[in-house]
Write a protein that binds this ligand. Structure first.
Ligand code: UDP
Ligand code: MG
Length: 336
């Protein structure tokens, strides 16, 4: 039987063999200072390197180490979701494996949690060692998201945060496929507070978020929490037909009261291109939403676990049976 733990640390990892040992060491140090039972829940998101092997080895002699090994790469947001599904602590902390989020900050989060906050998120006041483009695009992303959604998603805040058990239990009821976890945490509410920190440079290895994945995350964030892009066609349509009407009056005026003839082709071509471009753009936006609706209707599980290590049989539905997905409280939320 595993002991009851107070803190669960979720560490998603995708090809992090270069840093994972140091991450483990730093986390051990911090968590022993916290002075309460804890578990380090590593989620191996289909790494092709030795990340999982290293953690599995630690797990043989360190009973705080637990490993969930995905059958393939399902993505960062899904990995932390799986971590939440299996975490058993009274407070759950999500942290990146690359030490960009300083583990020492966890102690401050715990202090805030003890004061009664149910979510403590870490907002980046500075980001070191990241490209100009990444900084600029991330800043733009958080602001666009904020402008387009009704719920209050904090800017410049990643997934590095502490959540109370109550919050995690509610998060487990949200079944959506294209997940934007930090938005969902805002959506569930509860007493939330932030602490500021300087985001460090990645210790080693390279970012697992290339532009393509950043765009996907951005679209997931916006489409999960806003219909505004869909309304864009309506607003633009109204504005353009207004402009068209005024333009028509002008053409009529020229024809009736002056001798000037309008040369049509270039302006016609320009307007055609603009309109066709806009229509295709709107189709693309529609496609983003329709694709996500399609994902939901398929009802596939969010992830598939190949192997688990360190979980006691029967604990939290996370028994060693891996061929069959353990029962999760998703879809209906019966167990809550
Ligand atoms: N990650 C993951 N699955 C992925 C991509 C990333 O589990 O498909 C993990 C990665 O190992 C790291 C965290 O998510 O622990 C954040 O990724 P990364 O540091 O590459 O993102 P960045 O900090 O550059 O935005
Ligand atoms: Mg990183």
């Amino acid at each position: 039987m595993s002991r009851k733990v107070t803190f669960s640390i979720i560490i998603p990892m995708y090809n992090e063999e270069a840093v994972i040992q140091e991450t483990y060491r730093r986390l051990k140090k911090v968590m022993s200072a916290a002075g309460q039972p804890y578990e380090l829940l590593f989620v191996n998101d289909g790494s092709k390197d030795r990340s999982a092997g290293i953690i599995a080895e630690y797990g043989y002699w360190d009973e705080t180490v637990k490993l969930i090994d995905f059958s393939r790469n399902f993505g960062h947001q899904i990995a932390i979701t799986a971590g939440m599904d299996y975490a058993s602590g009274d407070a759950v902390i999500i942290i990146d494996a690359d030490l960009q989020d300083p583990p020492e900050l966890i102690l401050q989060m715990i202090d805030q949690w003890r004061e009664g906050y149910e979510v403590v998120y870490a907002t980046r006041s500075k980001r070191k060692g990241e490209s100009k483009f990444k900084l600029w695009s991330a800043a733009a992303f958080y602001r666009i998201l904020r402008a387009s959604t009704e719920i209050d998603i904090p800017v410049d805040t990643g997934d590095f945060r502490l959540m109370d058990r109550k919050v995690v239990d509610q998060m487990k009821r949200l079944p959506e496929n294209n997940r934007f976890v930090r938005g969902l945490v805002s959506w569930v509410g509860f007493r939330q507070t932030s602490i500021m920190y300087d985001r460090d440079e990645r210790l080693a290895g390279e970012t697992k978020y290339p532009l393509r994945r950043m765009i996907k995350l951005c679209l997931d964030g916006i489409t999960s929490f806003s219909y505004k892009p869909l309304k864009l066609a309506g607003y633009m349509g109204a504005a353009l037909s207004g402009i068209g009407f005024v333009f028509l009056l002008y053409v009529l005026y020229l024809a009736a009261f002056t001798h000037s003839t309008m040369k049509g082709w270039p302006s016609l071509m320009g307007i055609l291109l603009i309109f066709n471009g806009f229509i295709l753009l709107m189709l693309g936006i529609l496609g983003e939403y329709v694709g996500r609706i399609y994902d939901e209707t398929k009802g596939r599980p969010l992830y598939i676990v190949r192997d688990m290590q360190g979980f006691a049989a029967g604990a939290g539905g996370a028994a060693g049976t891996v061929a069959e997905q353990p029962p999760l409280p998703r879809a209906g939320g019966g167990q809550l």
